[in-house]
Write a protein that binds this ligand. Structure first.
Ligand code: NAP
Length: 494
């Protein structure tokens, strides 16, 4: 085959993939296909349906800046609203006709003779495209813990990323394993329904109070009629987040007081809601605020005061067919096992499936042997015509939408140049990639990830070698400018 079927193939129909598709349409590229292993669009917001699901970045900021939604019900929208917003975006930008669902890609390889990518979906015909955009997200491979006996459990097992809404929780004896951001939303929501809830905590999480409120109809109407008002509110909300991030995390070397203040806020929040000192001690993290994604909730701590809720901090020794046994020999019977155990990021998701570039360079093997790196968090040398949106240094930890919009600018600049030059390939140079990564590593040196007490945080911000290679250690604004104005010589076109 000399010509590929499509100009572009996008893997992932979440907000990242849809942002890339909108960018393609803006550039006049209509020959593209979007595939997703799920049966509908929305990515994270299609897959996650657990009780209590809501955003943890204010909705004014957690949405495309060019497609504001005036009708968010709360400051922090509920999960289903995000799914509805995703549907709205797909309809408005006419993306659905490009989408194919139930396509689980197992491998992608670059054909050097024809200069195109071939996707190999499980049980389906290959798909070819000149350019490949990987928009598979960071938190998309659910982690099932490797606990002895977990396969022998006879009751119901539910992972939070595969919630079974038809399974009644009423009067069940359940265990939740994990106390990350997901568990913090889930636990207070389901505890009142259950007969008993045992929460197995390995690493506590910092929890601040949540300042949330419903957005009155009159404000929603104002946002709809006068978009400048919503834009201004977005600016304020983003500005607050940005200031906390830049001052507290990126410049932690100079301002460690900020993260310590946040720890005090969390401790005071706990003291207000939990009288039992031992319980408070168990729930208090021993690592600095921000080493691991913190969260907020007004209902998480009080839930542990309930008679039907027990916090278990002894390690799990094994799971039996109707119980969890901890290392102290205690056996707690359950009929429902809820895994709020997060996602495999470094082992399973970088990349999400086998990606083979020029000279048989295997992306997963290369990242593991050469270090996790990607130019501007999107391009990797040896992988022509590839934008990998969920790469090391792509996301700065705030609104994922600013990452997406930055990447749209990057695609515009690089692909626009390729089209203008009538080239068949683009490829980032080794030199540009190395220089970018060196710059990121230097910036990390000033951050909380070096100056904080992050040992013991078990944070996915750090890779398996303990290096903070996930987050881009720059402000949103400077990241956005870099995506728009990077030197085009970083790429070779042919
Ligand atoms: P997570 O933060 O990775 O938490 C997973 C939890 O499972 C941790 O407490 C972990 O303990 C525990 N765990 C894993 N394996 C275990 C084992 N073998 N034994 C005992 N405990 C085990 O995952 P998550 O809570 O699903 O959250 C992931 C991310 O999703 C968040 O950081 C956030 O970025 C995002 N999120 C966003 C929202 C939102 O926007 N609304 C909501 C929820 C989540 P260790 O810490 O000891 O590993």
């Amino acid at each position: 085959m000399s010509q590929p079927e499509f100009e572009v193939a996008i893997v992932g129909c979440g907000f990242g993939g849809m942002g890339a598709a909108i960018q393609l349409r803006r550039m006049g590229v209509e020959s593209f296909v979007m595939v997703d292993r799920e049966e509908d669009l929305g990515g994270t917001w299609h897959v996650n349906r657990y009780p209590g699901l809501a955003v943890d970045i204010a909705s004014l900021t957690y949405s495309y800046s060019f497609e504001p939604n005036p009708y968010w019900s709360h400051l922090y929208a509920r999960g289903h609203e995000l799914k509805e917003y995703a549907n709205h975006v797909a309809e408005k930008y006419d993306l659905r006709r490009h989408m194919r669902f139930g396509i689980s890609v197992e491998k992608a390889h670059f054909n050097e003779e024809g200069n195109f990518w071939t996707l190999h979906p499980k049980g389906k015909a290959p798909i070819t495209a000149r350019v490949l955009i990987l928009a598979t997200g960071f938190l998309s491979q659910p982690h099932t813990p490797d606990i002895e006996g977990i396969d022998t459990f006879k009751g119901k097992v539910i992972h939070t990323a595969d919630w079974d809404g038809n399974y009644p929780l009423e009067n069940k004896r359940a265990a939740v394993i994990g106390t990350g951001a997901t568990a913090v939303q889930l636990i207070p929501t389901i505890a009142p329904e259950l007969k008993q809830l045992d929460v197995y905590q390995r690493t506590p999480i910092w929890v601040t109070p949540k300042v949330d409120t419903s957005i009155p109809k009159v404000v929603q109407n104002l946002f709809a009629k006068l978009p400048i008002t919503q834009k201004s509110a977005r600016l304020i909300s983003s500005g607050i987040l940005e200031t906390i991030m830049v001052a507290g995390v990126l410049h932690n070397e100079k301002l460690p007081v900020l993260t310590r203040t946040m720890e005090k806020v969390c401790k005071a929040h706990m003291a207000r809601t939990i009288k039992d000192k031992t319980l408070r001690e168990k729930l208090t993290p021993n690592y600095s605020f921000g080493c691991k994604r913190p969260t907020f909730s007004n209902t998480y701590y009080p839930t542990f005061n309930r008679d039907n809720v027990e916090l278990v901090t002894d390690s799990i020794a094994r799971i039996e067919e109707d119980a969890i046994v901890t290392v102290d020999g205690k056996r707690r019977e359950i009929d429902t096992l809820i895994l709020a155990t997060g996602f495999d990021l470094w082992e399973e998701n970088f990349p999400a499936f086998e990606v083979v570039g020029r000279n048989q360079r295997n992306l997963g093997e290369w990242w593991r042997s050469q270090g996790f790196k990607a130019y501007q968090g999107v391009a990797i040398p040896g992988f022509p015509n590839l934008f990998s949106l969920a790469s090391p240094y792509a996301y700065n930890g705030l609104s994922f939408f600013s990452t997406i919009e930055g990447q749209m600018k990057h695609i515009n600049r690089c692909l626009g140049e390729m089209i203008g030059r009538q080239a068949e390939t683009f490829e980032v140079t080794e030199e540009a990639n190395e220089a970018f990564v060196a710059q990121m590593k230097e910036k990390v040196q000033k951050s909380l990830f070096i100056h904080g007490q992050c040992g013991g945080s078990n944070s996915y911000y750090f890779n398996q070698h303990g290096e903070a290679t996930l987050l881009r250690p720059t402000s949103t604004v400077s990241g956005m400018l870099a995506q728009q104005h990077f030197p085009i010589e970083a790429y070779q076109f042919s």
